[in-house]
Write a protein that binds this ligand. Structure first.
Ligand SMILES: C[S@@+](CC[C@H](N)C(=O)[O-])C[C@H]1O[C@@H](n2cnc3c(N)ncnc32)[C@H](O)[C@@H]1O
Length: 270
């Protein structure tokens, strides 16, 4: 058995060990662990339909993400993608690529899309670490698997899981760090998703979220946000809404970076 196949099986075994109800016959035919199967999911919103198309994953990381997100973060003043990655690793208590002392952390990337953030997180994790990317979209995960170097290439293992972010399949207090970028605003029930992210973090573990933000705390803007949510399924969060939600769930050391149309919020689980 090659080194890569052995590392792949061992990463899968580790992921199965993190699950609340590991399947008897795990389906990994597509290169990721599929926990949702072929059963039709509930009707997706307009925003979520785009994520399940075959086209978006092809242009997501190189075109859609840098243009859309960098503008929302206030380009050219806001952080570019590399700065965002470095800050995320830092906020999550990881290290930076190339540094000698990188923690062997167990990390979850919720709604990982094509694995762009998952791979960036793995760069800050040392030998023995495990980074799990979870998403519901088959097309996004197919792209994630294709773009991720095989196990044994880097220090940390990376594995992808098809699952629901609003009903995380992992056991309580499993992860040292949880990240959810560019997705909380797509979830039908973001607060239940946040409960789940809190539940799977170990005490002292860190959570970081990049999500939408109202540019102005005006009633008219809030009403506009509500209309957008109803029409597209995209939620625009208030300036203090996500920090308050973390405080309500017992997070400490809460911090926030505000950008014109986005925010990064982080905290440490009590
Ligand atoms: C814009 S992409 C974000 C990708 C990456 N995290 C980033 O920051 O660039 C949003 C992802 O959220 C996923 N998603 C939306 N709702 C989900 C749910 N309920 N469960 C799992 N994934 C979900 C979509 O499939 C899509 O891949």
């Amino acid at each position: 058995m090659s080194e890569s196949t052995m590392r792949g099986s061992s990463a899968l075994a580790r992921v199965l060990g993190l699950l609340r109800e590991p399947p008897g016959e795990p389906d990994v035919t597509a290169g990721y662990l599929d926990l949702l199967g072929p059963a039709p999911q509930r009707r997706p919103s307009l925003a979520q339909s785009a994520m399940e198309s075959t086209f978006l994953p092809q242009i997501y990381e190189r075109v859609w993400r840098p243009i859309g997100f960098n503008v929302a973060k206030g380009w050219p003043i806001g952080p570019d993608t590399a700065t965002e990655h470095a800050m995320t690793r830092d906020w999550l208590g990881l290290s930076q690529p190339g540094r000698a002392a990188r923690p062997p952390a167990t990390v979850l990337d919720v709604a990982c899309g094509p694995g762009n953030i998952t791979r960036a997180l793995a760069g800050g994790v040392g030998h023995g670490g495990l980074v799990v990317g979870l998403d519901a979209s088959q097309t996004m995960l197919t792209r994630a698997v294709a773009d991720t170097p095989p196990p044994g290439t880097g220090d940390a293992d990376i594995h992808y899981v098809r699952g629901d972010a609003v009903d995380l399949p992992f056991r309580d207090e499993t992860f040292d760090a949880v990240c959810c970028f560019g997705a909380l605003y797509l979830f039908d029930d973001p607060w239940t998703a946040l409960d789940g992210m809190t539940r799977v973090l170990r005490p002292g573990g860190r959570l970081t979220i990049l999500t939408s933000r109202h540019p102005l705390p005006l009633r008219t803007v809030r009403l506009g946000g509500e209309l957008i949510r109803r029409a597209t399924g995209y939620t625009v969060f208030g300036d203090r809404e996500v920090t308050r939600a973390l405080a309500d769930r017992g997070f400490t050391r809460i911090r926030q970076r505000r950008y014109p149309l986005m925010q990064v919020v982080g905290g440490v689980r009590h």
